[in-house]
Design a protein around this ligand. Structure first.
Ligand code: NAP
Length: 283
Protein backbone atom coordinates (compact mmCIF):
# COMPACT_ATOMS: atom_id res chain seq x y z
CA UNK A 1 0.00 0.00 0.00
CA UNK A 2 1.62 3.24 -1.13
CA UNK A 3 1.23 6.21 1.19
CA UNK A 4 1.38 9.85 0.10
CA UNK A 5 2.32 11.90 3.15
CA UNK A 6 1.85 15.68 3.03
CA UNK A 7 3.45 17.75 5.79
CA UNK A 8 6.68 16.63 7.43
CA UNK A 9 6.89 19.09 10.32
CA UNK A 10 7.52 18.27 13.97
CA UNK A 11 4.83 15.57 13.97
CA UNK A 12 4.68 14.57 10.31
CA UNK A 13 8.37 13.71 9.92
CA UNK A 14 8.52 11.01 12.63
CA UNK A 15 5.06 9.72 11.66
CA UNK A 16 6.09 9.31 8.01
CA UNK A 17 9.35 7.66 9.12
CA UNK A 18 7.40 5.12 11.18
CA UNK A 19 5.08 4.37 8.27
CA UNK A 20 8.10 3.77 6.00
CA UNK A 21 9.79 1.65 8.69
CA UNK A 22 6.63 -0.48 8.87
CA UNK A 23 7.28 -1.46 5.24
CA UNK A 24 4.84 0.77 3.36
CA UNK A 25 6.23 2.68 0.37
CA UNK A 26 6.02 6.39 1.30
CA UNK A 27 6.10 9.41 -1.00
CA UNK A 28 6.39 12.54 1.13
CA UNK A 29 5.89 16.17 0.25
CA UNK A 30 6.68 19.22 2.36
CA UNK A 31 6.54 22.91 1.44
CA UNK A 32 10.13 23.23 2.68
CA UNK A 33 11.50 20.19 0.87
CA UNK A 34 14.69 19.98 2.96
CA UNK A 35 12.63 19.03 6.02
CA UNK A 36 11.40 15.91 4.21
CA UNK A 37 14.86 14.77 3.10
CA UNK A 38 15.71 12.74 6.26
CA UNK A 39 12.92 10.38 5.18
CA UNK A 40 15.09 9.08 2.34
CA UNK A 41 17.13 7.30 5.05
CA UNK A 42 13.94 5.33 5.76
CA UNK A 43 13.50 4.40 2.11
CA UNK A 44 10.85 7.06 1.42
CA UNK A 45 10.81 9.22 -1.70
CA UNK A 46 10.48 13.01 -1.59
CA UNK A 47 7.99 14.40 -4.11
CA UNK A 48 8.20 17.85 -5.68
CA UNK A 49 4.45 18.56 -5.47
CA UNK A 50 1.46 17.22 -3.53
CA UNK A 51 0.01 15.80 -6.76
CA UNK A 52 3.26 13.97 -7.51
CA UNK A 53 3.16 12.42 -4.03
CA UNK A 54 -0.48 11.42 -4.48
CA UNK A 55 -0.06 9.96 -7.99
CA UNK A 56 -1.39 6.39 -7.80
CA UNK A 57 -1.15 6.28 -3.97
CA UNK A 58 -3.57 4.11 -1.99
CA UNK A 59 -3.61 6.35 1.08
CA UNK A 60 -3.21 10.11 1.42
CA UNK A 61 -2.14 11.36 4.85
CA UNK A 62 -2.26 15.07 5.68
CA UNK A 63 -0.36 16.38 8.73
CA UNK A 64 -0.30 20.12 8.09
CA UNK A 65 -0.62 23.06 10.46
CA UNK A 66 -4.32 23.94 10.14
CA UNK A 67 -7.51 23.72 8.09
CA UNK A 68 -6.81 26.54 5.64
CA UNK A 69 -3.38 25.05 4.90
CA UNK A 70 -4.83 21.57 4.26
CA UNK A 71 -7.43 23.14 1.96
CA UNK A 72 -4.69 25.04 0.08
CA UNK A 73 -2.51 21.98 -0.36
CA UNK A 74 -5.12 19.31 -1.14
CA UNK A 75 -7.12 20.30 -4.20
CA UNK A 76 -9.30 18.20 -6.46
CA UNK A 77 -6.25 17.38 -8.62
CA UNK A 78 -4.43 15.83 -5.65
CA UNK A 79 -7.46 13.73 -4.71
CA UNK A 80 -8.09 12.58 -8.27
CA UNK A 81 -4.44 11.53 -8.58
CA UNK A 82 -4.95 8.79 -5.97
CA UNK A 83 -5.31 5.16 -7.05
CA UNK A 84 -8.90 3.92 -7.54
CA UNK A 85 -10.28 3.27 -4.04
CA UNK A 86 -7.69 5.61 -2.50
CA UNK A 87 -8.57 6.93 0.96
CA UNK A 88 -7.73 10.30 2.59
CA UNK A 89 -6.57 10.09 6.21
CA UNK A 90 -6.77 13.68 7.50
CA UNK A 91 -4.66 13.68 10.70
CA UNK A 92 -3.96 17.42 11.22
CA UNK A 93 -5.95 19.27 13.88
CA UNK A 94 -8.37 21.43 11.88
CA UNK A 95 -11.50 21.79 14.03
CA UNK A 96 -15.11 21.12 13.15
CA UNK A 97 -15.75 23.66 10.39
CA UNK A 98 -12.74 22.60 8.33
CA UNK A 99 -13.38 18.91 8.94
CA UNK A 100 -16.75 19.44 7.27
CA UNK A 101 -15.24 21.48 4.43
CA UNK A 102 -12.52 18.90 3.78
CA UNK A 103 -15.02 16.03 3.94
CA UNK A 104 -17.10 17.85 1.31
CA UNK A 105 -14.01 18.31 -0.88
CA UNK A 106 -13.31 14.58 -0.62
CA UNK A 107 -16.93 13.69 -1.38
CA UNK A 108 -16.85 15.85 -4.54
CA UNK A 109 -13.79 13.93 -5.71
CA UNK A 110 -15.34 10.56 -4.75
CA UNK A 111 -12.61 9.84 -2.19
CA UNK A 112 -13.54 8.29 1.20
CA UNK A 113 -12.60 10.69 4.02
CA UNK A 114 -11.24 9.68 7.42
CA UNK A 115 -11.02 12.29 10.18
CA UNK A 116 -8.19 11.00 12.37
CA UNK A 117 -6.43 13.60 14.53
CA UNK A 118 -3.88 12.31 17.02
CA UNK A 119 -3.19 12.68 20.73
CA UNK A 120 0.39 12.93 21.90
CA UNK A 121 3.28 15.12 20.97
CA UNK A 122 6.72 14.75 19.35
CA UNK A 123 8.06 12.05 21.72
CA UNK A 124 5.17 9.60 21.13
CA UNK A 125 5.25 10.54 17.44
CA UNK A 126 8.87 9.32 17.35
CA UNK A 127 8.13 6.09 19.23
CA UNK A 128 4.94 5.35 17.26
CA UNK A 129 2.78 5.54 20.37
CA UNK A 130 0.31 8.27 19.49
CA UNK A 131 -3.40 7.74 20.15
CA UNK A 132 -5.33 7.90 16.86
CA UNK A 133 -8.88 9.26 17.05
CA UNK A 134 -10.24 7.66 13.89
CA UNK A 135 -13.66 8.41 12.45
CA UNK A 136 -15.22 7.79 9.06
CA UNK A 137 -16.67 4.92 7.02
CA UNK A 138 -15.69 1.52 8.51
CA UNK A 139 -14.22 0.27 5.24
CA UNK A 140 -12.02 3.37 4.97
CA UNK A 141 -10.93 2.94 8.60
CA UNK A 142 -9.95 -0.66 7.81
CA UNK A 143 -7.83 0.60 4.89
CA UNK A 144 -6.16 3.14 7.18
CA UNK A 145 -5.39 0.64 9.95
CA UNK A 146 -1.80 -0.19 8.85
CA UNK A 147 -0.95 3.53 8.99
CA UNK A 148 -2.65 3.94 12.37
CA UNK A 149 -0.75 0.93 13.71
CA UNK A 150 2.54 2.39 12.47
CA UNK A 151 2.09 5.80 14.08
CA UNK A 152 0.02 4.91 17.12
CA UNK A 153 -0.09 2.67 20.14
CA UNK A 154 -3.88 2.81 20.22
CA UNK A 155 -6.64 3.65 17.76
CA UNK A 156 -10.12 4.62 18.92
CA UNK A 157 -12.93 4.25 16.36
CA UNK A 158 -15.35 7.10 16.87
CA UNK A 159 -18.16 6.77 14.36
CA UNK A 160 -18.73 9.13 11.44
CA UNK A 161 -16.10 11.67 10.35
CA UNK A 162 -16.16 14.52 12.87
CA UNK A 163 -16.17 12.16 15.86
CA UNK A 164 -12.37 12.17 16.01
CA UNK A 165 -12.18 15.94 15.84
CA UNK A 166 -14.83 16.36 18.56
CA UNK A 167 -12.88 14.19 21.00
CA UNK A 168 -9.59 15.85 20.00
CA UNK A 169 -11.04 19.26 20.92
CA UNK A 170 -12.22 17.95 24.30
CA UNK A 171 -8.80 16.48 25.11
CA UNK A 172 -6.98 19.60 23.88
CA UNK A 173 -9.12 21.78 26.14
CA UNK A 174 -7.79 19.66 29.03
CA UNK A 175 -4.15 19.79 27.85
CA UNK A 176 -4.33 23.57 27.42
CA UNK A 177 -5.93 23.92 30.86
CA UNK A 178 -3.08 21.96 32.51
CA UNK A 179 -0.42 24.04 30.75
CA UNK A 180 -2.19 27.30 31.58
CA UNK A 181 -2.64 26.24 35.22
CA UNK A 182 1.01 25.20 35.50
CA UNK A 183 2.20 28.52 34.02
CA UNK A 184 0.06 30.47 36.47
CA UNK A 185 1.20 28.41 39.48
CA UNK A 186 4.89 28.78 38.56
CA UNK A 187 4.44 32.54 37.97
CA UNK A 188 2.57 32.89 41.28
CA UNK A 189 5.23 30.92 43.17
CA UNK A 190 7.97 33.19 41.83
CA UNK A 191 5.90 36.28 42.64
CA UNK A 192 5.46 35.09 46.25
CA UNK A 193 9.14 34.24 46.62
CA UNK A 194 8.36 30.50 46.74
CA UNK A 195 10.78 28.20 44.93
CA UNK A 196 8.59 26.62 42.17
CA UNK A 197 10.42 23.31 42.72
CA UNK A 198 8.60 23.23 46.07
CA UNK A 199 5.28 23.41 44.18
CA UNK A 200 6.28 20.25 42.29
CA UNK A 201 7.51 18.57 45.47
CA UNK A 202 4.27 19.42 47.26
CA UNK A 203 1.98 17.85 44.62
CA UNK A 204 4.31 14.89 43.84
CA UNK A 205 2.48 11.57 43.94
CA UNK A 206 -0.78 13.12 45.11
CA UNK A 207 -4.17 13.10 43.37
CA UNK A 208 -3.56 16.45 41.64
CA UNK A 209 -0.13 15.46 40.30
CA UNK A 210 0.54 14.66 36.64
CA UNK A 211 3.74 13.88 34.72
CA UNK A 212 2.75 16.55 32.20
CA UNK A 213 2.77 19.24 34.89
CA UNK A 214 6.35 18.32 35.82
CA UNK A 215 7.55 18.43 32.19
CA UNK A 216 5.95 21.80 31.51
CA UNK A 217 6.96 23.33 34.89
CA UNK A 218 10.58 22.22 34.44
CA UNK A 219 10.62 23.93 31.02
CA UNK A 220 9.21 27.10 32.58
CA UNK A 221 11.69 27.09 35.46
CA UNK A 222 14.66 26.57 33.15
CA UNK A 223 13.26 29.03 30.54
CA UNK A 224 13.96 26.38 27.89
CA UNK A 225 11.17 25.86 25.38
CA UNK A 226 12.26 23.58 22.53
CA UNK A 227 9.03 23.13 20.57
CA UNK A 228 7.05 20.01 21.23
CA UNK A 229 3.74 21.72 20.58
CA UNK A 230 4.44 25.24 19.27
CA UNK A 231 2.61 28.10 21.02
CA UNK A 232 1.16 29.39 17.74
CA UNK A 233 -0.48 26.00 17.07
CA UNK A 234 -1.73 25.85 20.67
CA UNK A 235 -3.38 29.27 20.09
CA UNK A 236 -4.96 27.86 16.93
CA UNK A 237 -6.33 24.93 18.93
CA UNK A 238 -7.68 27.15 21.74
CA UNK A 239 -9.61 29.07 19.05
CA UNK A 240 -10.92 25.81 17.58
CA UNK A 241 -12.12 24.73 21.05
CA UNK A 242 -13.89 28.05 21.64
CA UNK A 243 -15.45 28.03 18.15
CA UNK A 244 -16.70 24.48 18.69
CA UNK A 245 -18.20 25.33 22.10
CA UNK A 246 -20.12 28.25 20.61
CA UNK A 247 -22.94 29.25 22.94
CA UNK A 248 -23.22 25.75 24.39
CA UNK A 249 -20.58 25.99 27.12
CA UNK A 250 -18.91 28.91 28.89
CA UNK A 251 -15.17 28.14 28.60
CA UNK A 252 -13.74 31.05 30.56
CA UNK A 253 -10.53 29.14 31.27
CA UNK A 254 -10.02 28.56 27.55
CA UNK A 255 -10.51 32.26 26.81
CA UNK A 256 -7.83 33.04 29.40
CA UNK A 257 -5.49 30.42 27.92
CA UNK A 258 -6.02 31.88 24.45
CA UNK A 259 -5.30 35.37 25.75
CA UNK A 260 -2.02 34.14 27.24
CA UNK A 261 -1.12 32.23 24.08
CA UNK A 262 -1.81 35.25 21.87
CA UNK A 263 0.42 37.33 24.15
CA UNK A 264 3.10 34.60 23.95
CA UNK A 265 3.00 34.76 20.14
CA UNK A 266 3.06 38.60 20.21
CA UNK A 267 6.13 38.48 22.47
CA UNK A 268 7.91 36.49 19.75
CA UNK A 269 7.63 32.97 21.24
CA UNK A 270 5.14 31.54 18.72
CA UNK A 271 7.56 28.87 17.48
CA UNK A 272 8.57 27.89 21.03
CA UNK A 273 6.75 25.25 23.00
CA UNK A 274 3.41 26.36 24.41
CA UNK A 275 4.96 26.18 27.90
CA UNK A 276 6.39 29.59 26.93
CA UNK A 277 2.94 30.93 27.88
CA UNK A 278 4.69 31.29 31.24
CA UNK A 279 6.09 34.56 29.84
CA UNK A 280 2.55 35.85 29.36
CA UNK A 281 1.70 35.10 33.01
CA UNK A 282 4.82 36.68 34.45
CA UNK A 283 4.66 40.45 34.88
P1 NAP B 1 4.75 22.08 12.42
O1 NAP B 1 6.02 21.45 12.82
O2 NAP B 1 4.63 23.56 12.52
O3 NAP B 1 4.42 21.60 10.93
C1 NAP B 1 3.45 22.24 10.17
C2 NAP B 1 3.45 21.67 8.78
O4 NAP B 1 2.54 22.43 7.96
C3 NAP B 1 4.82 21.75 8.08
O5 NAP B 1 4.92 20.67 7.19
C4 NAP B 1 4.69 23.06 7.32
O6 NAP B 1 5.56 23.18 6.21
C5 NAP B 1 3.27 22.96 6.84
N1 NAP B 1 2.73 24.25 6.44
C6 NAP B 1 2.47 25.32 7.25
N2 NAP B 1 1.95 26.33 6.52
C7 NAP B 1 1.92 25.90 5.24
C8 NAP B 1 1.47 26.48 4.02
N3 NAP B 1 0.98 27.71 3.97
N4 NAP B 1 1.56 25.73 2.89
C9 NAP B 1 2.05 24.47 2.93
N5 NAP B 1 2.49 23.86 4.05
C10 NAP B 1 2.41 24.56 5.19
O7 NAP B 1 3.52 21.50 13.25
P2 NAP B 1 3.25 20.06 13.87
O8 NAP B 1 3.49 20.14 15.34
O9 NAP B 1 3.93 19.01 13.07
O10 NAP B 1 1.67 19.99 13.71
C11 NAP B 1 1.03 19.47 12.54
C12 NAP B 1 -0.44 19.25 12.90
O11 NAP B 1 -0.53 18.30 13.97
C13 NAP B 1 -1.16 20.51 13.41
O12 NAP B 1 -2.48 20.49 12.97
C14 NAP B 1 -1.09 20.35 14.93
O13 NAP B 1 -2.10 21.07 15.58
C15 NAP B 1 -1.26 18.86 15.06
N6 NAP B 1 -0.73 18.25 16.29
C16 NAP B 1 0.45 18.68 16.81
C17 NAP B 1 0.93 18.09 17.97
C18 NAP B 1 2.23 18.53 18.61
O14 NAP B 1 2.43 18.22 19.77
N7 NAP B 1 3.13 19.21 17.92
C19 NAP B 1 0.22 17.06 18.59
C20 NAP B 1 -0.98 16.63 18.00
C21 NAP B 1 -1.44 17.23 16.85
P3 NAP B 1 7.00 23.89 6.37
O15 NAP B 1 7.89 22.84 6.98
O16 NAP B 1 7.37 24.28 5.00
O17 NAP B 1 6.82 25.07 7.29
Amino acid sequence: MTVAFLGTGLMGLPMAANIADAGMPVRAWNRTADKARPLTEHGAAVAATPAEAADGADLLVTMLSDGPTVEDVVDAGVLRALAPGGVWLQMSTVGLEYTERLAALAADAGVPFVDAPVLGTTAPARTGSLVVLASGPEEALDRGDPVFAAVGGRTLRLGEAGGGTRLKLVVNSWVLAITQGTAESVALAETLGVDPHLFLQAIAGGPTDSPYTHVKAEAMMSRAFPPSFPAKLAAKDARLVLDAAGDGADLGGMRAALDHLDTTVRLGYGDDDMAAMYYACRR
